[in-house]
Design a protein around this ligand. Sequence first.
Ligand code: NAD
Ligand code: ZN
Length: 253
Amino acid sequence: MIASDLSTALLHLRDLVDDASMIVPFTGAGISTECGIPDFRSPGGLWTKNQPIPFDAFMASQEMRDEAWRRRFAMEESFARARPGRGHQALASFYRAGKSPALITQNIDNLHQASGIRGSDIVELHGNTTYAVCLDCAKRYELSWVREKFEALGQHAPDCDCGGYIKTATVSFGQAMPPEAMQRAEELTKRCDLFLAVGSSLVVWPAAGFPLMAKRNGAALVIVNREPTEFDDLADLVVRNDIGDALGPFIAH
Ligand code: NAD
Ligand code: ZN
């Protein structure tokens, strides 16, 4: 059901939240746009500027690795400056109230952690861009270190001591999904009785399969997105409003 306006949506959402014994939020880039991090698919989003670099291209050439790091550093100011928005804060309120034991996210921006949700209770399907790892030995690198080396090498991506390539700890297109995160996400999805899909275009698979899985397992499905999604017909409630406006009233201080 698509709510006719914001206040109707809020009434329904309040009922669903009150009735739920376990809420699992599932978030996408839309929850972070008000924090100054553009999403991929909105007009003017990252997608319209740069096609993402697929994993095999990153592995195949130094030039692509250099370009991937150049783009990452160009985004650094936005990532570093960003603070949790109203959506993040509302979901952190559910978490603190014991309504929501954990959260699934497609985001890589670390803002759920910054909102006070413990890192171990955040299932990151697409990794995290605020640090880097060696793709061979999994050694962790801080971005400040990578940047220093990058500049010292004349704007070339540095490699690990072991010879492996260093990449932000994110999952690129064509890169394998992290099996543990996928399994935890599935367990959470099947256990919850309210699945809250917030700010995801729900087109990136396999992540988009989770709302469907939740619904098939009997959970109520709520979609919060200012644009239509493919799963709107399936949802118990569609809130087609700004995420901050829709979730802001749920922030508990
Ligand atoms: P997406 O860009 O495909 O979709 C974002 C959705 O949010 C859109 O459907 C848009 O209509 C909606 N939206 C944006 N701002 C909104 C607002 N203020 N209120 C209501 N709706 C709003 O994002 P996605 O589905 O998460 O998938 C893209 C992939 O890109 C993800 O896998 C993620 O890893 C990556 N990504 C992450 C970030 C981040 O971490 N913040 C940013 C860009 C891309
Ligand atoms: Zn290494």
